[in-house]
Design a protein around this ligand. Sequence first.
Ligand code: GDP
Length: 138
Amino acid sequence: MSERTFTIIKPDSVENGNAGRIISHLEAAGFTILAARMTHLSQNQAQAFYAVHNERPFYNDLVAYMTSGPVWVMALERDQAVPTLRKEMGATNPADADQGTIRKLYGESIERNAIHGSDSSENAAIEIAFFFPAADLA
Ligand code: GDP
């Protein structure tokens, strides 16, 4: 059954010129791009987006990294979109990620790891709504 998920092509990917390759990877993996735009997260947006991590020791570094340059935010669709995107992304730490995954191919470190992907269908809906008005997804 068709499902939606949400991704951010993170600042390191844009900075390193890998955004196009990552979008191609996602298309080749069968995702339809429902909505996409380039943006530069504000401090407030990054803090709110990662609020679930605000007790973690790396939270301030994560917010600084995510606001360090432009990103692509995208709503994606396919069957099993959430687990399929997580599989295509690979493990959080690129050093632990499987060969051929986006983080293995393009990630630099456990922090600068190329891409964000929603971890559940419920969070995907929240994250899509955080960046896109419903009309953009019609
Ligand atoms: P994800 O779902 O695989 O993105 O991983 P998490 O939800 O656990 O973490 C969110 C993001 O925080 C990751 O994608 C990394 O950019 C960053 N991060 C996670 N763990 C660490 C860590 O131990 N140190 C640092 N500096 N950043 C981390």
